[in-house]
Design a protein around this ligand. Structure first.
Ligand SMILES: NC(=O)c1ccc[n+]([C@@H]2O[C@H](COP(=O)([O-])OP(=O)(O)OC[C@H]3O[C@@H](n4cnc5c(N)ncnc54)[C@H](OP(=O)(O)O)[C@@H]3O)[C@@H](O)[C@H]2O)c1
Length: 296
């Protein structure tokens, strides 16, 4: 049976991967047990495993602008360490990556989804370190790295846009959300299912986009979050991105294409609305959050 090493095991995506692979032998190591910037520790941890799922990452996008070296050590060197260790033993590395590796306009034209093979032109430090991680991992182990790019993640185990909007709505005051950044809200559960589908098919290398089908803006997603919770969607108002308002620039167009799945004979992840409806029912987001003035 495939022996799996899961890194960054206390993170949001890792929780759903653990649950998805619960019936298989999984070694789940959080940062305290395996720091992926430690080359020797990676080599020792990878030994005895057939597959490594690397969810460990520096994910603080704005903080990365001030700490590019620290972010790069985790996202680029860490990915390379694991890929080299996998190359030594013949294990497969699944390297989770991000829509932030792309720039503003796909080579196929404005308004078209980013193809898997589009050139990487990140516009933020976080994006540059993740792009570098992809490059270094694939160079170290060309036949044994699967890059799974995901985006706009939410799940039961972590802070996300969904929890932020619900917290905001609980205050009962109108608020604004940007309506000019497009993407694909994606449930961590679906990424875990997609990972299992790829591994079960025996895939050992390549790039796929593990994002939900369809697309919306952050404003559109916020309205859906409110409506799903039985709250007034008019609480949220559309706004334009203010350049420079946040330390790291955000991509305006993060709609990723899914041709990679068909090339593997697999279906891409389902549409974001139906996945979010199921996630909300399961996680408890189909009802209103308690107001901060409610007692315990
Ligand atoms: N969340 C999103 O919307 C999103 C979007 C696109 C792509 N992704 C990618 O998806 C993957 C999983 O994301 P996530 O949202 O689940 O992230 P997350 O919740 O932030 O989890 C990442 C985990 O990595 C750990 N970590 C940080 N530095 C480490 C190191 N040097 N060694 C070992 N572990 C380390 C973190 O520990 P500490 O908490 O102790 O630092 C954290 O538990 C990442 O590759 C991320 O880049 C996420």
């Amino acid at each position: 049976m495939t022996r799996i090493l899961l890194t960054g095991a206390d993170g949001m995506l890792a929780h759903d991967l653990r649950a998805r692979f619960a019936g298989r032998p999984v070694t789940a190591l959080g940062r305290a047990s395996l720091d992926i910037t430690d080359t020797e520790a990676c080599r020792a941890a990878v030994r005895g495993h057939d597959v490594v799922l690397n969810t460990a990452a520096w994910t603080a996008v704005d903080a990365a602008e001030d700490e590019p070296e620290a972010a790069g050590r985790v996202n680029a060197l860490g990915a390379e360490n694991l890929a080299r260790a996998c190359a030594d033993t013949g294990a497969v590395l699944v390297q989770y990556s991000t829509d932030y590796v792309f720039g503003d306009t796909p080579p196929t034209g404005a308004g078209t989804p980013w193809p898997e093979e589009a050139p990487l032109r990140p516009i933020s430090v976080y994006g540059r370190t993740k792009a570098e991680g992809e490059r270094r991992a694939r160079a170290a182990h060309p036949d044994g790295v699967i890059v799974m790019r995901t985006a706009w993640l939410y799940g039961a185990h972590g802070r996300s846009f969904v929890t932020a909007i619900r917290d905001r709505a609980a205050l009962g005051e109108p608020f604004t959300v940007v309506d000019d950044q497009w993407g694909q809200p994606t449930w961590t559960r679906e990424v875990a299912d997609g990972t299992a589908a790829i591994l079960d098919r025996g895939v050992r290398s390549g790039i796929v986009h593990a994002t939900a089908s369809g697309s919306t803006t952050w404003f559109g997603f916020a309205r859906t979050i409110l409506a799903t919770a039985g709250l007034d969607p008019e609480l949220v108002r559309p706004a334009a991105t203010v350049p420079g308002e946040r330390p790291a620039p955000r991509p305006r167009w993060s709609v990723l294409g899914h041709d990679g799945w068909a090339r593997l004979g697999l279906a891409p992840l389902r549409d974001w609305q139906s996945a979010f409806a199921d996630a909300a029912a399961e996680i408890g987001w189909a009802s209103a959050p308690p107001s901060p003035t409610d007692g315990p």
